[in-house]
Design a protein around this ligand. Structure first.
Ligand code: PMP
Length: 333
């Protein structure tokens, strides 16, 4: 009977949000959910999103007709261009298969399900993928839910409040060939610690050497540096070098579309293997305006980090070293 269906564990982040809503303290701050807020502690509706919404409302062609199974083609191909770059070899060679998903979470789920079903796992052995220690907590439920056991690889070093790079690299080298590694494309959640370009290059060397598969989770493109291309550097480097990979793309943060659940999954086989096409609405003309809005958010985050650092060190003369606050990236630490 249905009584045997287990109750899913409560989501810690949402639980905290409900407790926050019930709290009457006027100066309350919710640090649980990873969402951008303005100076009044309110969600910020991007001016470009407001404009696009108004355009949509006036669009006589918007008729709520069915879309293809894999989503709105203009959306998924624009998403692929955004993360891969318009002149990406993978795009030019027609190697990218893209599917519209229910935000980044849906992309993660579909990506994990795709690997569970179609990755060339070793016969008769438990499927295993590796995530950074720590990682976005939902990775565990998502992967285990599709029959892939998750193990962690060294990532964060509490001693330096930075990347445990040597251990990370050694782990990559020692892992069985063709292992699946989940990597955050930029603005790592929850540490705010990203590899440098030099370190990414070395990670890519080992990934190629060991024929590992990279599952890129890209939830913060533009949020780390304020520049969309800059934040996609690692993904593009891996694609350029021919590493087999997939990308989970979320527009929750960089477009401020948390509730709309806009995302995509892009699957990119290595050179020579053509994509068997695995298969949102256009905001064309507003791209430049969107980039300005992203800069506004990223620059505010960076300014907040600087101000917090100044308050702790200069104003309050707090003992200890607080440089990690300005060295880390994005909304987390
Ligand atoms: N991956 C990571 C690393 C995240 O931080 C998030 C959002 N917190 C997601 C995926 C999924 O985000 P969403 O479903 O809201 O797009």
């Amino acid at each position: 009977t249905w009584e045997s269906v287990p109750l899913a564990p409560p989501d810690a982040i949402y639980k905290l949000t409900y407790a926050y809503k019930d709290d009457t303290y006027p100066q309350k701050v919710n640090l649980g959910v990873g969402a951008y807020r303005d100076d009044n502690n309110k969600p910020w509706i991007l001016p470009v999103v407001k404009k696009a919404t108004e355009r949509l409302l006036q669009d006589p062609n918007l008729d709520h007709e069915y879309l293809p199974i894999t989503g709105l083609p203009e959306f998924t191909s624009a998403g692929a261009r955004l993360v891969l770059g318009p002149d990406s070899p993978a795009l030019l060679e027609g190697r990218v298969s893209s599917v519209q998903t229910i935000s980044g979470t849906g992309a993660n789920h579909l990506g994990a399900l795709f690997l569970s079903r179609f990755y060339q796992w070793e016969e008769g052995v438990q499927k295993v993928a590796y995530v950074s220690d720590p990682t976005w907590v939902n990775h565990f439920q998502i992967f285990r839910g599709v029959g892939i056991e998750l193990k962690t690889y060294p990532y964060y070093d509490p001693a330096t409040i930075g990347l445990a790079f040597e251990k990370y690299l050694a782990f990559l080298k020692a892992a069985p060939r063709r292992s699946v590694f989940v990597m955050h494309a930029c603005a790592h959640n929850p540490t705010g610690v990203d590899p440098t370009r030099e370190q990414w290059t070395q990670i890519a060397d080992v990934v190629l050497e060991r024929a590992h598969y990279v599952f890129f989770d890209c939830a913060y493109q533009g949020f780390a540096s304020g520049d969309l291309d800059n934040d996609a550097w690692a993904v593009r480097e891996f694609v350029k070098r021919g590493a087999p990979l997939l990308i989970c793309q979320s527009f929750a943060k960089n477009a401020g579309l948390y509730g709309e659940r806009v995302g995509a999954l892009h699957i990119i086989p290595p050179d020579g293997e053509r994509a068997q096409s695995a298969g949102a609405r256009s905001a064309s003309g507003l791209f430049e305006e969107w980039k300005v809005d992203i800069k506004t958010m990223a620059e505010r985050i960076i300014a907040m980090r600087k101000e917090l650092h100044r308050l702790l060190t200069e104003e309050l003369k707090t003992p200890g070293n607080w440089d990690h606050i300005v060295n880390q990236i994005g909304m987390f630490r």
